[in-house]
Ligand binder design. Structure first.
Ligand code: FMN
Length: 173
């Protein structure tokens, strides 16, 4: 049986290493350093040319990125806590500082420098973002344990209808 699952494995961002990326003005990645690639689980080649939301974690509220883009497109720098999703669907937390790159006084790109986040702060931000998503009526995160037969039936029904388990649950409600 095909089962998709999340691996909620956290990658610790090492102290004292800088994680850098740059994007064009629409958020397409133009540069990443080796540390960035290593932590995200992608190779530099896989990242360059892709929109930066390739790392977007579903736990991140939309409003955080709205604020980010409003701030940087107004020429100011933005900083905040971001939970990112690795290629293997694990995650890592960073404190990101994002600002413009200027050439002859003209905004040409954006750059981001990231640093590690203390464990206590990660827990606090996870709770805060969960609350924000709920307030903004975004997707719920549900981790459920079902009796074996029910789980099997759910997977089979979804397959029969050619939909995902999430879509099937949506249809049943
Ligand atoms: C320089 C720069 C760095 C960014 N870094 C990240 C990042 O590490 N993770 C992330 O989810 N979004 C990052 N973003 C924001 C994404 O462009 C995007 O807005 C976000 O992932 C939400 O996706 P969406 O706009 O498609 O909803 C960055 C944007 C810029 C300009």
């Amino acid at each position: 049986m095909d089962v998709t699952f999340d691996m909620f494995i956290e990658t610790e961002v090492p102290e004292g290493e800088v994680i850098i990326s740059r994007t064009d003005l629409s958020g397409v990645i133009t540069y990443v350093n080796d540390t960035f690639a290593k932590i995200s689980g992608y190779s530099s080649e896989e990242l360059i040319g892709k929109p930066h939301n390739i790392l977007r974690h579903p736990d991140m509220p939309k409003s955080v990125f709205k604020d980010l883009w409003e701030t940087i497109s107004a020429g100011e720098s933005w900083s905040g806590y971001v939970k990112n999703m690795r290629k293997d669907r694990g995650y890592y937390w960073v404190f990101a500082e994002i600002s413009g790159v200027y050439k002859d006084g003209k905004l040409v790109e954006y750059k981001s420098i990231r640093s590690p986040v203390e464990r206590e702060k990660r827990i606090e931000m996870q709770r805060y973002y969960d609350k924000l998503r709920e307030e903004e009526r975004e997707d719920w995160r549900a981790v459920i344990y079902l009796p074996y037969e029910s789980g099997k039936k759910l997977m089979e029904k979804a397959k029969e209808r050619g939909v995902t388990v999430e879509e099937l649950l949506g249809q049943l409600l």
